[in-house]
Design a protein around this ligand. Sequence first.
Ligand SMILES: NC(=O)c1ccc[n+]([C@@H]2O[C@H](COP(=O)([O-])OP(=O)(O)OC[C@H]3O[C@@H](n4cnc5c(N)ncnc54)[C@H](O)[C@@H]3O)[C@@H](O)[C@H]2O)c1
Length: 323
Amino acid sequence: MKILLIGGSGYIGTVVSKFFTDKNNVVHILDNFIYENKNHLKPFYKHNNLIKILSNNLNKVLSNNYDLIVILSGLVGDPITKKYPSLSHQHNNLEIKNYLKIINTNFNKRLVFISTCSNYGLTDGTILLDENSKLCPLSLYAKEKVNIEKFILNNEWKFHYTILRFATAFGHSPRMRFDLTVNEFTKFFFLKMPFEVYDADTWRPYCHINDFARALEAILFANIKNISGQVFNVGSNENNFTKRSIVKKINKFFDYNLTTYKQKGSDKRNYKVDFSKINKLLNFKPKYSLSNGIEEIINNLKLNSYKDLNNNNLYGNYTINNS
Ligand SMILES: NC(=O)c1ccc[n+]([C@@H]2O[C@H](COP(=O)([O-])OP(=O)(O)OC[C@H]3O[C@@H](n4cnc5c(N)ncnc54)[C@H](O)[C@@H]3O)[C@@H](O)[C@H]2O)c1
């Protein structure tokens, strides 16, 4: 199979590329490398003739006859979109719409737009939200995602589209992000750094990045009538956690705990998500638990896989190149 990953050089895209090329599929990456996030791919594509980095010209590359196109690109996360609101509108809205229009001229197979469970935003945390639940995007990041979802759902396309609302990711990636809750808390524990957790009892769903790759594989091979025009939450009901319970899980790997708790942080998100639709229609269930991901990150920290660990620009979405 031939797959095009737009935004494929990021935290999730890098793992998805490896997942598919390990299974002998061809992966092409189109990315504008807005962070210091190109070098991690070099050793990988030098030794693997199935992966290719493309120049940023979508019109040209569509002649490659892809089986699946995945749109992962954008400024990802609340802090970075708050810091760069106009660039965020450009990458998370205008450019995605532009990509979709170009793709529509010359592609009629499967397209996946990666959205987020952050679209659910704020609830009292007691009910499980499914794909038909009301969206309540709080941040600029989630508002742009909802806008693109509507743009896709309200227009006619030649391709078969699917919208995947990913849970919050965790796990090791060659392009690591330590600005994500599970990864960040694990790093603090490992480095014996005291840290404050805000609003420890708010809920959110989590999912290992390898499971996102598995979900994309499920889309690639699904019966088209089960995926065309569909929205799916991607994660598992068992992986809805509060931040306090994440700290407890990480603490099991260490004999100390330097965490303190504070109320009234700036991130108001509180939602539990239902993942039964993707399980019923596509028979998809995540394989990796939170503890699997924590252990994997600890092992990589022990192996010194993250050189220059305190360089935020290498390990998170903090500063955009040339901004
Ligand atoms: N990481 C999470 O917890 C999470 C959760 C839910 C949904 N998602 C979604 O998954 C996708 C990937 O997230 P990630 O964590 O890998 O983010 P990331 O920031 O690591 O990757 C985003 C990639 O997009 C590229 N990019 C930005 N603007 C671009 C543009 N206009 N054209 C081409 N490439 C561009 C960046 O250079 C980067 O490589 C995003 O759509 C995100 O909203 C992520």
